[in-house]
Design a protein around this ligand. Structure first.
Ligand SMILES: [Zn+2]
Length: 1266
């Protein structure tokens, strides 16, 4: 058997491959499988060669007699038999019937279809040796007799049948119905006499019927649907009705003298009808007569025979030896209980969780390390199989065939396996407790829409009654023994050209799977080669920037460490000696090594290698003669080493006139007079070793920057040219950088006490103060006559001057000096000018307080100030930016200077005055951290300083009155589901399309109190009032209060957890509020927010990254969808498209690669396709970093509609529905009207024309072959 398409995270495939599920979820598919796909029939059909049927290739040639239907059937059968896929499309076949897509998917009665199909095939085979095929296999006769009780004359009439219609009404079993039909006699007597031809008068007579000729295949159609004449409606018989797996028809036959075996029939297929009498859904049970499918015993069969109800008890008592705290015994037990005797590594964590109720990390990691390591360290107990993706017990390894869901072996057998492994019986170690299924003919599969599952024979017989009940039964003569060659041999009798076709297809599938597998298992590794590295102070640093030192490598994670080593040896032909591979990490200080991969036999996956792992390739001993310390405790730290200008070169430069540049360049991120240098040191090195590495003597002082408790924007410590440092006490020399908590970026001042320049450095106890050297005492002032305006030309014209300055100089003095030196006295006379700093992006910062000294104002020496128009604030004032209405966009904000003591109200007034607005319905809000309009300033009488509004902060003048303090006023809507309570799984009488249309009508009706939602499920929002609630209240409090609203008095929600609360934006549901105990403030609810409450049938507690999606599967071949259903997608670990795809695939029981997904954009009436996995795995190295669906461009949110196409059966890749098109049309019209300046007219009842499909009689078009 070929390996299934499977990624480790997609192990949800049914493992049946030979028998395929119906490709279209419609009656035809089920039927074709059930009635035709008996091996005998297929075999007979395969006997017809191209000389009789023609070739499909010639079908369009004029005059060519191509019998399309049998050819397509041959093709379908061969694909079902041989193609290694879960499904085969029947579209070609239904096309050959001359059906369009709607006929192909419309619900037709399966019994009617049976006859039509037979008839069509028969017509297609006229004139071939297969012309009698249907007759030979399915045709039987009944003889009806009437015996005159007077003269004994018997008159007989023969009746043909292809299927027997049997009564369900009033009988309890198939046997009883047959008894009534073929054993019971009907008497003509009393008023109802029979006219005997012999006696020529009305006589008493007995009427009976008998089976005369029994066909090899006996089809029974059950009359489930009856008509109630009293009520004048159709109804479905759902009463108990049993049928045997084996039936002896002898009692019902005319001739009874043959061998018993001539009358014995075995059930081999059952079509089940599910649903009511006007619609419904078919699925089919098929017995695998030739044992071509892989039948899996059901899970319960693998366990000791126990009642489900007492399962829990049994579980505990059957595991008395399970030691709760021993992970070894727990994992052993988990694996032992698996039917496959192995567990996907990916799933082990979950299984552990299921078993013990807590995760590995929580429970065992502390003592046992990562789970992968734990398994490895117990390699006497565990072995990794399937290239290291599954773990099994060494003592009890799995047989390889059970491993279908593991990543494929690297073999490339694309031959359809002639003899699929028979795993089923091997898989039943404990089956001796149950009646053993018969060795042959006991394997049944349930083919339901898109899934194929193994079922027990005993379950077949349960389909006697209820909504889901047997509808057609297919029996075959027991005598029809299949030749032994046919057993396990799907190729049996299949014409070679069809085998060829199937093999080609298998090869394509195999290739796809391998690509998929490879892509799923490909790791991007970054190799760092030791020859390109050197050790500097215990830190690995690249030598130069040679790109050859770092190599990217894509590698299959299922391959072993040894494989990787060999590959690297091959890449590095010149490599000599040992090669060690160590997991490395690029830290700010340099590359650091962690564990070294020592076990060549484990896969990269098991070794814990993830994609984008850095690996250091070296000899395992040293780099350039220096030993390498590995592990977290030796992680290097990148320190900023600060030294005074004692370097002679620097002094030299300073004398050469380059000093100013040097100083100013240094001053960008360095304090004045100091030289800074970033250097990495091993985290395990002591401070003493660091001092040594720096080439300092033992007497040198090492100091740590002293962080003052408070500081302005720029840090008062650094302003004005003085900074404070704390000397490390001598004891600290023995402590490591880690112990001293030194982190990347921390500054370390190194001073030699002897060469202390006392004009620069002053020491007081353990504190050192650094004062600016004299040649760095200046400030540059640049004149900018206009704040706004074109930059480039002006910058040229800007006058600059360097003003001598000290930390003690007042800024107003600096300004005055600058104005004098720039000779701007005239220009600035009478006009207000101020000094402003510029940030790194060139943006002007608030004006400096000119009454303050350079140091106190936090201005660094050797920086530039801009002299520009505007008032400078006094120390008692604040310089604020503000905007009106919305968050500021660059350059649009206005400035104002207000007293720090002024109240919010006064400040607001001043701002309104400044922009010429008045009125009272305004309030002030802050900007939040992401520069959006944030919290209102609630206390209007508080002063700005009380509210800690800082200099340069931006406030937003917002329209509307201030909400009452601490109270939120929230509008509440009720979500009203308009769907009927009971939803049939089939397409019920109202299609979702129609439901949407109804929604649209309600909108058009502009009902003031309700909003209709077009989210795929028909629902309406009703205004139920407002609640006023403190923002301290929890979500639960909110729900409780909502339930007290008068409009909700009648709604019965048992408890608040049955209530879902949506946040709305613009009439749409956008977010489900999570966390019952979170406060409304935490939930960021603000006054005016619209909420919508929705009653649920069960409790719900969504996690922060669980997204509730409305998913709907496309109806194959049609532009419509099955009704939407809700699905919770857990994106907490992985929010990539692949994760969603996997989740949906698991939900539908499909393989992820066959799904096409798109997000509906209701405003645009369009669908945004969510990229297929092929995008992700494109060979290009440009891997997008985070492909989270929660972020751009998809921004998946609660309530989003996800459309799904199952590409296996649906070749319509277009997600757009007719409603979408209407919507798009409306949008175009509205745009057009807007363009013409018209008001868009209310679209009145655009969707009122409900189109209900007419029931048309079904027919199959057949060519004429006479
Ligand atoms: Zn008679």
């Amino acid at each position: 058997m070929l390996p299934q398409l499977s990624a480790p995270d997609a192990a949800v495939h049914p493992r049946v491959q030979r028998y395929d599920q119906p490709a279209l979820p419609s009656v035809q598919q089920v039927h074709i499988n059930a009635s035709f796909f008996s091996a005998v029939f297929a075999e007979e059909l395969f006997n017809l060669g191209p000389e009789e049927l023609g070739c499909l290739e010639d079908r369009d040639e004029p005059g060519a007699k191509v019998r399309v239907i049998p050819l397509e059937l041959q093709r379908l059968f061969s694909r079902l038999l041989l193609v290694d896929h879960q499904s085969a499309s029947t579209t070609d076949l239904t096309d050959s019937f001359g059906w369009n897509s709607s006929e192909g998917t419309n619900q037709h009665d399966v019994q009617e279809l049976n006859r039509i199909l037979f008839s069509a095939l028969e017509h297609s085979l006229v004139g071939t040796s297969g012309s009698t095929l249907i007759q030979r296999l399915y045709h039987g006769t009944i003889v009806n007799s009437i015996e005159c009780k007077e003269c004994g004359n018997v008159s007989q009439r023969k009746e043909d049948f292809l299927d027997l219609t049997v009564c369900v009404c009033g009988v309890s079993s198939l046997e009883e119905a047959l008894w009534n039909m073929f054993v019971e006699e009907e008497l003509f007597e009393g008023n109802n006499l029979y006219r005997c031809a012999q006696c020529s008068r009305l006589v008493t007579a007995a009427k009976s019927a008998k089976l005369k000729q029994l066909p090899p295949f006996m089809t029974m159609s059950l009359l489930r649907f009856s008509f109630d004449f009293a009520k004048c409606e159709r109804y479905k018989e759902t009463g108990r009705y049993s049928f045997p797996l084996t039936i002896n028809l002898r009692p019902f036959c005319e001739q009874t003298d043959a061998e018993d075996s001539d009358f014995t029939y075995d059930l081999f297929s059952v079509i089940i009808h599910k649903g009511g009498c006007y619609g419904g859904h078919y699925h089919v049970y098929i017995r695998d007569i030739d044992e071509l499918g892989l039948w899996e015993p059901l899970e319960e069969d693998c366990k000791p025979k126990t009642q489900k109800k007492i399962k829990e008890e049994v579980k505990e008592s059957s595991e008395p030896n399970l030691q709760e705290d021993d992970p070894l015994s727990i994992i052993t037990a988990i694996i032992a209980q698996e039917s496959s005797k192995s567990v996907l590594l990916d799933q082990l964590g979950q299984k552990l969780m299921d078993k013990t109720g807590s995760s590995w990390s929580k429970r065992f990691r502390k003592h046992h390390g990562p789970i992968g390591k734990f398994l490895q360290s117990h390699n006497d107990v565990f072995i990794l199989v399937s290239n290291g993706t599954r773990v099994a017990l060494k003592a009890n390894p799995p047989s390889p065939v059970t491993d279908a869901s593991a990543p494929s072996e690297q073999t490339t057998s694309s031959e359809p396996s002639a003899a699929p492994d028979r795993a089923a019986s091997d898989l039943q170690p404990e089956a001796n407790q149950k009646p053993q299924p018969k060795p042959e003919g006991s394997h049944w599969f349930d083919l339901n829409d898109s899934t194929v599952t193994s079922i027990r024979e005993s379950d077949i017989e349960k389909q006697f009654q209820g909504k889901e009940s047997a509808y057609m039964l297919f029996y075959r003569k027991t005598q029809l023994q299949r030749p032994s060659e046919a057993l396990n041999n799907p190729q049996y009798k299949v014409p070679s050209q069809l085998i060829q076709l199937a093999q080609d297809e298998n090869r394509r599938l195999q290739q796809m799977r391998e690509e998929f597998e490879a892509a799923n298992n490909t790791l991007e590794l970054h190799l760092h080669l030791a020859p390109f590295y050197k050790m500097v102070n215990g830190v690995l640093q690249p030598v130069g920037k040679d790109p050859a030192g770092s190599v990217n490598l894509s590698f299959d994670r299922r391959k072993t460490v040894g494989d990787l080593r060999i590959t690297i040896y091959q890449m590095q032909e010149l490599w000599e000696g040992d090669m060690a591979l160590s997991v490395a990490k690029s830290l700010p200080a340099g590359l650091h090594l962690y564990n070294t991969l020592t076990d060549d036999s484990v896969s990269l996956y098991s070794a814990g290698i993830h994609t984008n792992t850095d690996l250091f390739v070296w000899n395992g001993k040293e780099v350039c003669g220096a030993g390498v310390r590995t592990g977290a405790e030796w992680e290097p730290v990148l320190l900023t080493v600060v030294r005074p200008f004692i370097d002679e070169d620097v002094e030299q430069e300073a004398q050469n006139g380059a000093k100013s540049e040097k100083c100013s360049a240094g001053s960008e991120n360095v304090g004045p007079g100091l030289k800074r240098e970033a250097r990495g040191f091993a985290g395990g090195a002591t401070l003493g070793e660091v001092r040594e590495a720096l080439g300092e003597q033992r007497g040198s002082l090492l100091c740590q920057e002293h962080k003052r408790g408070e500081g302005g924007v720029l840090g008062a410590g650094e302003g004005g040219g003085a900074s404070g440092w704390r000397v490390f006490p001598p004891d600290d020399m023995q402590r490591t950088l880690k112990e001293l908590s030194l982190k990347d970026g921390d500054a370390l001042l190194v001073l030699e006490p002897d060469s202390f320049d006392s004009s620069v450095f002053t020491r007081d106890g353990d504190m050192v103060t650094v004062t600016t050297p004299s040649d760095c005492r200046w400030l540059q002032v640049e004149f900018r006559p206009q704040i706004k305006g074109g930059k480039e030309e002006q910058e040229e014209q800007r006058k600059k001057v360097k003003v001598p300055a000290t930390g003690n100089m007042l800024l107003c003095e600096v300004k005055q000096r600058a104005i004098e030196e720039l000779q701007l006295q005239e220009e600035t006379l009478g006009a207000a000018y101020c000094l402003r700093q510029v940030d790194c992006s060139g943006k002007l910062l608030p004006p400096v307080f000119e009454e303050l000294s350079v140091r106190d104002a936090g201005v660094r020496l050797m920086t530039t100030l801009t002299l520009c128009p505007g008032n400078a604030p006094k120390e008692s004032q604040l310089f604020l930016h503000f905007t009106v209405g919305s968050a500021p966009s660059t350059g649009m904000e206005m400035d104002i200077i207000v007293e720090k003591t002024c109240t919010v109200k006064e400040c607001l007034k001043a701002m309104l005055d400044a922009v010429g607005l008045d009125g009272t319905s305004w309030h002030l809000r802050r900007l939040d951290w992401c520069e959006e309009v944030g919290e209102p300033l609630m206390d209007e009488d508080a002063s700005l300083s009380e509210l800690k509004i800082g200099n340069g902060e931006t406030l937003v003048v917002t329209e509307g009155l201030l909400p009452p303090k601490g109270f939120l006023k929230l509008s509440v809507w009720l979500y009203v589901d308009l769907r009927p309570m009971e939803t049939d799984c089939s397409r019920s009488e109202t299609s979702p399309a129609e439901q949407q249309t109804q929604g649209a009508e309600a909108t058009d009706g502009s009902c003031a109190q309700s909003i209709s939602l077009c989210v795929g499920n028909a629902a309406e929002l009703r205004d139920v009032g407002k609640v006023e609630i403190s923002d301290d209240a929890t979500l639960e409090d909110l729900k409780t209060q909502v339930l007290t609203l008068p409009a909700l008095q009648d709604a019965c929600f048992p408890i608040t957890s049955f209530l879902r609360v949506w946040q709305m934006e613009g009439g749409r549901l956008t977010r489900i509020l999570r966390g019952q105990q979170l406060t409304l403030r935490k939930l960021k609810l603000t006054t005016g927010t619209d909420l919508c409450v929705q009653g649920l049938l069960k409790e719900e507690e969504l996690g922060p990254k669980q997204v509730l999606l409305n998913i709907k599967m496309g109806v194959p071949g049609e532009r419509s969808y099955y009704p939407a259903e809700e699905l919770v997608w857990d994106a907490s670990h992985d929010s990539s498209p692949r994760s969603l795809r996997t989740c949906l695939a698991a939900h539908y029981g499909l393989s992820p690669d066959s799904l096409l997904l798109a997000k509906h954009q209701p405003e645009k009436h369009a669908w945004e396709e969510i990229s297929n996995w092929t995008h992700q795995v494109s060979k290009k190295k440009k891997k997008k970093k985070a492909e989270s669906l929660l972020g751009p461009p998809f921004h998946l949110r609660d309530g989003d509609v996800i459309g799904i196409k199952n590409l296996l059966i649906d070749n319509n890749r277009d997600f757009v529905t007719a409603e979408d098109q209407q919507g798009q049309q409306r949008l175009r019209e509205q745009a057009e009207q807007r363009r013409k300046g018209e008001q868009p007219a209310a679209s009145n009842g655009a969707g009122k024309t409900k189109s209900r499909k007419l029931e048309v009689p079904l027919s199959i078009s057949v060519g004429v072959f006479r």
